[in-house]
Design a protein around this ligand. Sequence first.
Ligand SMILES: *[C@@H]1O[C@H](CO)[C@@H](O)[C@H](O)[C@H]1NC(C)=O
Ligand SMILES: *[C@@H]1O[C@H](CO)[C@@H](O)[C@H](O)[C@H]1NC(C)=O
Ligand SMILES: *[C@@H]1O[C@H](CO)[C@@H](O)[C@H](O)[C@H]1NC(C)=O
Ligand SMILES: *[C@@H]1O[C@H](CO)[C@@H](O)[C@H](O)[C@H]1NC(C)=O
Ligand SMILES: *[C@@H]1O[C@H](CO)[C@@H](O)[C@H](O)[C@H]1NC(C)=O
Ligand SMILES: *[C@@H]1O[C@H](CO)[C@@H](O)[C@H](O)[C@H]1NC(C)=O
Ligand SMILES: *[C@@H]1O[C@H](CO)[C@@H](O)[C@H](O)[C@H]1NC(C)=O
Length: 571
Amino acid sequence: MASFKETFSKALLTLLVGQSAALSLFPGSNGNKLQLASVLGLDGHTARFNPEKIAEAALASGPGAEIPIQRTSVRLLLIPIDHDDPSVGTYQNRYWVSTDFYKPGGPVFVLDGGEDNAISLAQAYLRGSNSFFVDFLKEFGAIGLVWEHRYYGDSLPFPVNLSTPTDHFKYLTNRQALADIPYFADRFTLNGTDLSPKAAPWVMFGGSYPGMRAAFTRNEYPDSIFASFAMSAPVEAQVNMTIYYEQVYRGMVASGYGGCAKDLKAISDYIDSQLDKKGQAADDIKSLFLGKEGIHNSNGDFTAALGGIYNLFQNYGVDGGISGLSALCKHLDGNATSTGIAPIIGAKKLTEKFSTWDELMYLINGRNNNCKDQSNSTQITCDLGGPSADPDTISWTWQYCTQWGYLQADNLGPHSLLSKYQSLEYQQSLCYRQFPGAKESGLLPLQPDTNDTNAETGGWTIRPSNVFWSAGEFDPWRTLTPLSNETFAPKGVQITTDIPQCGVETPENVLFGYVIPDAEHCFDFDLDYKPADKSRKLFSDALKKWLPCWKGTHEPKRSHVRRTSLKYWQA
Ligand SMILES: *[C@@H]1O[C@H](CO)[C@@H](O)[C@H](O)[C@H]1NC(C)=O
Ligand SMILES: *[C@@H]1O[C@H](CO)[C@@H](O)[C@H](O)[C@H]1NC(C)=O
Ligand SMILES: *[C@@H]1O[C@H](CO)[C@@H](O)[C@H](O)[C@H]1NC(C)=O
Ligand SMILES: *[C@@H]1O[C@H](CO)[C@@H](O)[C@H](O)[C@H]1NC(C)=O
Ligand SMILES: *[C@@H]1O[C@H](CO)[C@@H](O)[C@H](O)[C@H]1NC(C)=O
Ligand SMILES: *[C@@H]1O[C@H](CO)[C@@H](O)[C@H](O)[C@H]1NC(C)=O
Ligand SMILES: *[C@@H]1O[C@H](CO)[C@@H](O)[C@H](O)[C@H]1NC(C)=O
């Protein structure tokens, strides 16, 4: 067993070492994996720079972890590549099953893996001893499933790599991917017993993009999915997501780091002023952070690398150990001056101090670079740009560049946290760079088609019945969920914790949901995070109220017409 476990760990390791952007800030920042790492109690530095530890922790968290889940319960199903045209063929989609807590007659709970290889999700949540999902399985005597999304992990209609022809991505659309789980559900049997949605109620769970999928699937396939828990689910597609950093700013202020946020603005303003001068001044400021070997990098690529300091925020808040924002703030100003220390020591000195933060070089170099000759390798390369070679990142980049938007440029203005070179144009250029020629061939839109996406899904106006929505107060993604309180969000939505009647949609100005105080992204996943108890319990109470009304009869399909026209202010 031990040796098998080791082999298995190594397999996981190779899967996890690749970088994956997921729903996150800059390409390569490992959104999903950081989320899992924070739930598993790993510090931010380890999570970022030793991702194999995430795999090990996920593996160790399951009881009887020496019996690899891959062995015992992985399954494959042939799925049509094109749900509208069977002649295109099929591919194998991967999923995992747990019957450990199943009581005959119980429901089927499916946790969606979203924009990542789902194996560590299955390991940590389907069997883990400290798993919110296992708690739900136990409480309801449910069968547990983890579903891997098409084009991620091993669920590949086509191989995904840097040479994948662009037209192979044409089946990576929200509509095609949403149809997969209902197709699978209709065919699901266990030991020859029908456990399709005709025979058992299916409930979908997801956080982040999977949370969107949980809500959309209930909305569009109510015959298949009876109820959903949509956690931190930014269902509104939007090109301009500068609001992301506004939330980071608010979170920093609420945690007592308002002075530090001012300092970080002073630093990026200073860096911008040097870049604006061009010539020697621009070379010098790049050289301060990257060494001479780094001065050829564009202002966008250079300042994007510095922006990596915020990557932990959505999963750790200002914490996260030596790599977290609070550690950086302490490095900049040990006295945590409420006005920031820049007015005292000056922006230039402060910028130099910033450049000496130990973690920064790790952030800039990641796994592939050797800026400032930090890794002692003979090769000094410092090329911060370039497309990502990680398959999951490639697939997610396709998805956000075509349909979702979410371009996280600087929140220009008094709360700005990034360089002004982190513009929407720069973020958009990453789409073109990742898929060369795709814009010209018309396969990649000039901008993400968010209007079409919202017209198709209903965006944040949808109110499917039997759905509970949660998000953290300072979750950068809350801003595009129906729990958004931003000035650009629908006005006058009343958030209620009164459980609606089974099968009854609330009016558009009422939402069954909960904003978790002080929390960030997907904190419902973390059982140790007590303020999320209320959110988890609300869904459990709601399910207890709704499940008895399940009859196995088919409900009428909802139309997916967007109900109101909303204002957009996309770039
Ligand atoms: C990369 O993708 C191409 C085109 O889809 C495929 O032919 C090739 O086998 C893939 N390479 C790897 C290493 O998977
Ligand atoms: C399915 O069948 C196997 C072998 O007969 C048995 O061990 C297992 O408990 C059954 N599972 C369920 C959920 O009934
Ligand atoms: C804190 O402020 C005091 C008094 O101004 C100063 O002497 C000290 O060096 C500061 N400490 C740090 C860590 O910045
Ligand atoms: C590079 O070499 C120096 C001197 O031998 C050593 O102190 C340092 O830790 C090394 N750095 C890395 C990243 O290995
Ligand atoms: C999206 O819709 C809005 C409002 O309906 C419109 O102003 C905007 O031009 C549209 N954007 C695109 C890219 O079509
Ligand atoms: C939305 O909520 C956040 C966090 O509670 C708060 O800081 C912000 O001011 C609110 N936004 C608006 C527009 O009210
Ligand atoms: C992006 O959205 C913000 C509001 O969140 C707005 O202030 C800003 O002007 C927008 N940027 C562009 C280029 O439209």
